[in-house]
Design a binder for this molecule. Sequence first.
Ligand code: GLN
Ligand code: ZN
Length: 764
Amino acid sequence: MLKHNLGYPRIGIRRELKKACESYWSNQIDFNTLFEVGKKIREDNWKMQNMANLDLIPCNDFSFYDQVLDMSLLLGVIPESYISIPIIHNNIDLYFSMARGLQKDVWDIKAMEMTKWFNTNYHYIVPEFDKNQKFSILSNKLFDESEELKKLLKSTKKIKPVLIGPVSYLFLGKEKDKSFHRMDLIENIVPIYIEIIKKLKKKGINWIQLDEPILGLDLSKKEKKALQYAYKELSKLNYEINILLTSYFDGISENINIFQDIFIKILHIDLIEDPNQLEKILFFIKDSETILSLGLIDGRNIWKNNYTDSINKIEKTIKYIGEDRVMIAPNCSLLHVPIDVTYEHSIHKDIKNRMSFAKQKIYELVDLEKIIKGEKTILSKNISSLKKSMESSIFHDEKVKTRIKQVKECDLKRKNSFYVRQKKQHKKFNLPIFPTTTIGSFPQTKEIRSLRNKFRKNELSKEEYDKKIKKFIVNVIKKQEKINLDVLVHGEFERTDMVEYFSDKLNGILSTENGWVQSYGSRCVKPPIIYGDVSRTGDMTVDWICFAQKKTNKLMKGMLTGPVTILQWSFIRNDQPIFDTAYQIAWAIRDEVTSLEKNGIQIIQIDEPALREGLPLKKKNWKSYFNWSIKAFRISSSGVKDETQIHTHMCYSEFNDIFEHIADLDADVITMETSRSKMELLKAFSEFSYPNEIGPGVYDIHSPRIPTVEEIFNLIEKASKKLPIKNIWVNPDCGLKTRKWEEVLKSLKNMTEAAKMARIKLSN
Ligand code: GLN
Ligand code: ZN
């Protein structure tokens, strides 16, 4: 029974890679220094895994920016605009300019598109394919890193290079134009994979891991065919090398028949996301010689493994196909968890006792092997320690548990229908048609960030800090009044991050000291850890919002992060169903909403930008997802009277298959991104006849460009043809945090001008 790992975090325990890359980009260090940092991180990772005595150690899991971009360089998939830039001398500069764009001398080339890696919070660089796309080996990174590992281990025996498989790689990319389908490139790409594998074999490598996470999705005919073609071709190499076909993030039982007539030498399955697939997969492979790699350790969460569960799965598999045909591993790459829990010094011991980061997870594999070999004390220790720590009172709050058990139908519904609420709200607010507002945040300048930093380091007292933040609030109110916006915001200057701000204040959630996870390129995040029953300690935003409301005669909008988004961007509990955790957070947010209302705030926005990304990979699981996520939102938003207006905000434009569910949220107003698609999205909303009010974003805040009055007016006009005028709001498509003040002022001025024009020209 071999134990192996699919991939290890590469940012370095002190985020060395981030610092080195950023120094390189700003010309503070040279190319060699950057490479040395990368090399040291790889060595440390490999030494650690070798010390733990893993049977196979991954390489090429390291990346200076992103593993998908690495693949594009390996396969020579370079968009035309980057190929002939004379000032780029080497691959790494080409690589970074594809990732980040290039603005130097006369060159001004945009970065390639970036998007989320399946349903994780990791972002990859989207490959772009030409109709006549040629593939050829371009970069040596893969081969160099295998050499490096060989030198370190003084043997090739344990080396297992990791690549994204050909079908997932094509799937993750996009076509440059609509004249072809990228899956049709499969016959061109597979020969290069074969060439790569043969080259590795020549270097003495005996193992290769091909990641095909798309096996966990609902696949089209074309994709299935591509998989069949690719793995039939690749299986011809079975006598030369051990190819490990790796699936993760969801089960593959629906797709396993693709490989009916193909000999898959080693298959890896994710038993954390889908433990139930084991049975079916075992049945499928039992009469073949396929080796099964069991994904047992959770690479997407930070809790210790339940050894009893894992051992059961291993024993069952052994019984079915024999020990020689079993391998054990984490379910997916450990990229998505922090590196080492021993660097956490302030977490309560009962919680820390249950936690396990990447390094600890490697040792959990070792433990599992020992148990199988007969060291049963390890198992009993695991059982008793998990049991003991679960009993700790820190995880449990009976009041919270009872509260979510007693949810009544009426807790999930506003008192009256939207129709009734709208009348009351319009009468009370007396806003003009096409009312204008913003999404919440205003530019976060250096000044504000350094202020918050000083406060965090205790260099500034709470009073001084509050006073200074209040100055910013007063200032932003004056600016909004001058621009003549109708519904104002306080600017969110007291928040670094929209989830962290709330998780820091809620019971049952903690922040780590050093729990960094790569989000994209050099950007790392520290997801909060939801460990226990969640509740509110007291008001979280009320003071700020009420202060702001007192400074203006206009309506001030309260600003909260919704339960689904808080959940989605955190590590969550694994000892209770996800919906229970969601409902607990929802109640805490509801308490804040009602407290805002009690203190005179009449409009409250509950942001849910992560609602869509939490969508399960397979359609069959959507229903239950929407069931609990919508319920959670409704718990948070339904505690107010008819006259209080609830807004929500989402920042994506892929609504087509989910807008019915968006309507189920029953927010009085939803603001969202539409400007990039030129209001195309509204078609879906009008055909479905979305009942509530909508603020389709009228300009793209992701670009520094200032939209003209005319183009904004045209978008409002377009919206007014598809939606009832009384339902339309005018606003940017997301928060203004990342923009410069001068851009914001001009853009918003044009926006309010355009709204004014619309009131005159479109009012009947
Ligand atoms: N209110 C938040 C802001 O304006 C919303 C951010 C988001 O949609 N991601 O920044
Ligand atoms: Zn947004």
